[in-house]
Design a protein around this ligand. Structure first.
Ligand code: CUK
Ligand code: CUA
Ligand code: CA
Length: 643
């Protein structure tokens, strides 16, 4: 069910923070608009300054780290000159491409693409035995739909260890190892079809949750085909180390997006289909749907006590409204009525509020998390409902008490003051501080470090679904438009900095300070399962129609000039890039056998195939590695079988 590949040793040794106390006197001192923001006197200013030097110079050296309150855009380097490095990594979901795209912020340069659910020959992904088996054993689908990239955290701060993503199309979750920027595990969730929301339980990434959007019979084995009221939707908890499912929670309605609280207790999901319907018109019939608040320790107790039914190997806990587990004083799932068809839900950096976006309603609902234990009527936990504009979808945060909500229909990002929303009447727009037009139809948006307890409040990316007139026409399928917006200046307001066209159709992003990520540039052989093939270990072993070819590769040749096998042999080639110099990548391509195995320095990979086509096949290096790259090739001779 779960397929992992090696490199499973401990967390990246991320340098943890020296707290730098920066006083934020901010706009609150000058602008009466801000008078009611409770002041946070100190912020944790991210990671140790000492780590910065290791990787080259910061863009223009103007980091928001150095600021005192809001900072004019004139004092921020928005361009990253050639040869300079970005301050942030942004991990963008690649949508149907089944990949994650890595950008630099603020340059918005695309740095890398990490294949997850689809094969990718440049990375050799899906072309060697290990990654091919990982894709096959997690369902064998040829594509996935990545929506939600989330980086693992320790103590509510990005720890640079893993990036988790969902596959909305096929009900899967995957893990990317951020030491090597490659996918190392995929789990096909047994009781879900369409895993939409994906995120981890904070503060320490105890579980990864896959959020089941599509209601289906459970198990989905042909029963109850046309009996929609018998369909179900589950929240699935997965262990981040093993990537095995731990438990499922059955809910009423469905689930869409989700986010975790900050203290390990609560997890929130939105439900747009409380009607439990199968058509759009029925799914929008009710005036209200839910935010589901999952009490995780209570659910763990239920699992511990055996209060579950095992389905497809996973303990399924009944969290529906009528469940006995929801009958007593400590229900495992709370159903909070919110206006019809909510979409995003996120928890504020201080862990106080869960904010759900209205989608069909012009408001967001601010849920006071502490009140969930106190109120009889859960709607009394909704302490604010600011009117924001048409089509609110997703909300993110800065470090100065503001929320930023995307408005799909209005094509805007609206900035609002959270405490002022709590203090004002429901439906009033008093909390709105600023609006900016985006181009066009934003889905998600994200701000730097904003899933952590310490967002930075400098950059926002608006991930717009439509680009219309913004770029040269490229046919009827338009690029999306990822816009970079500077949000660090409360007086001037939000400022549009950059348009970035993107291949359709991504969704979310996570923006992580570069000090929180420490990738290796050369493989550590101990992180790989396969033994290296050194200069003296080249050889060809034969046994009963099986041939094992061991060969290193380096500039500009392979360990064998010629490999001779017989038609019908099952051939395994193990190949090690024995270079220790950074940035020298080779591959072993045998296109007629659909093979292109990439090896980065010190990396070992293995590929197995049946030599069923007699003839001469050039095995060549498909990565431009040196002046004699074209000469880096060997022959595979497949002798015809004698009758
Ligand atoms: S969903 Cu994409 S716009 Cu999949 Cu996070 Cu809201
Ligand atoms: Cu090695 Cu090209
Ligand atoms: Ca509904």
């Amino acid at each position: 069910m779960t397929q992992t590949h090696d490199s499973d040793d401990g967390p990246t040794d991320t340098t943890h923070s020296t707290d730098v106390d920066l006083e934020i006197d901010a706009a609150s001192e000058r602008d009466p608009l801000f008078a009611r923001i409770p002041r946070r006197d100190f912020m944790k200013a991210g990671m140790a300054a000492g780590a910065v030097g290791a990787m080259g110079s910061l863009a223009g050296c103007t980091s928001i780290l150095d600021r005192d309150g809001s900072v004019s855009i004139d004092d921020v380097d928005t361009d990253v000159a050639p040869g300079e490095l970005d301050e942030y990594y942004a991990f963008l979901s690649g949508g149907h491409s089944g990949e994650v795209r890595v950008y630099g912020v603020p340059s918005m340069r695309q740095l890398m693409r990490i294949p997850v659910f689809s094969k990718e020959s440049a990375r050799g992904y899906g072309y060697d035995d290990e990654t091919r088996e990982m894709l096959e054993e997690s369902g064998g689908y040829t594509w996935g739909d990545v929506h939600h990239p989330r980086v693992s955290q320790t103590d509510n701060e990005y720890d640079g260890r893993w990036l988790f993503v969902n596959d909305k199309a096929n009900g899967r979750l995957a893990r990317i190892d951020l030491t090597y920027f490659e996918t190392d595990a995929i789990v096909d969730l047994p009781n879900q079809q369409g895993t939409h929301g994906a995120c981890a339980l904070m503060p320490d990434t105890k579980y990864i949750f896959g959020v089941g959007e599509f209601r289906v019979p459970l198990p989905n084995d042909g029963r109850n085909l046309d009996d929609p009221e018998e369909y179900t939707s589950v929240l699935s908890a997965v262990d981040p180390e093993t990537m095995n499912p731990v438990f499922d929670v059955l809910v009423d309605g469905n689930m869409d997006n989700a986010d975790s609280g900050k203290d390990g207790r609560w997890f929130f999901g939105t439900c747009y289909n409380s009607e439990e319907a199968v058509t759009e018109s029925e799914m929008t019939r009710s005036d209200t749907d839910y935010v589901q608040a999952f009490d995780i320790p209570a659910i763990e107790d239920a699992v511990e006590n055996g209060d579950y039914e095992e389905i497809d190997g996973v303990p399924v806990v009944d969290g529906t409204k009528d469940s006995s587990l929801n009958g007593g004083d400590s229900p495992i799932v709370h159903y909070i009525d919110v206006p019809s068809n909510p979409h995003g839900v996120t928890v504020t950096p201080d862990g106080s509020y869960a904010i759900a976006s209205g989608k069909l309603d012009n408001t967001c609902s601010v849920i006071d998390i502490a009140r969930l234990d106190e109120v009889d009527d859960l709607t009394d936990a909704i302490v604010g409902q600011p009117e924001l504009g048409m089509g609110p979808l997703h909300t993110r945060y800065d470090d100065r008490g503001h929320a930023y909500t995307s408005l799909f229909i209005d094509s805007q990002v609206v900035k609002w003051d959270i405490e002022r929303a709590v203090d004002s009447e429901p439906g009033s727009d008093e909390a709105v501080v600023d609006r900016i037009d985006v181009h066009y139809s934003p889905g998600h948006l994200n701000t730097s470090q904003s899933y952590t307890a310490d967002p930075r409040g400098d950059w926002l990316i608006s991930l717009n679904k439509h680009s219309m007139d913004r770029f040269l026409p490229v046919g009827p399928t338009f690029p999306v438009n990822d816009q970079l917006i500077y949000i660090g200046d409360d007086e001037e307001g939000m400022q549009l900095v950059k348009d970035t066209p993107g291949h359709p159709e991504p969704h979310d992003a996570t923006i992580v300070h570069r000090d929180n990520i420490e990738p290796e540039t050369v493989y550590d052989p101990d992180d790989l399962e396969l033994d290296q093939i050194g200069l003296d270990e080249t050889g060809i072993e034969r046994e009963d129609g099986r041939v094992h070819v061991k060969m290193y590769n380096q500039r500009n040749h392979f360990g064998h000039d010629t490999v001779t096998v017989e038609e019908g042999d099952e051939v395994t080639i193990t190949t090690t890039n024995i270079e220790s110099a950074e940035n020298i990548v080779h591959s072993l391509a045998i296109p007629q056998y659909d093979i292109n195995v990439k090896t980065a320095p010190q990396e070992t990979r293995e590929v197995t195939f049946t030599a069923d086509k007699p003839g001469v096949y050039w095995m060549y290096c498909a990565y431009f590695c040196s002046a004699l790259h074209l000469e880096m090739r060997s022959r595979l001779l497949v002798e015809p079988k004698e009758d």
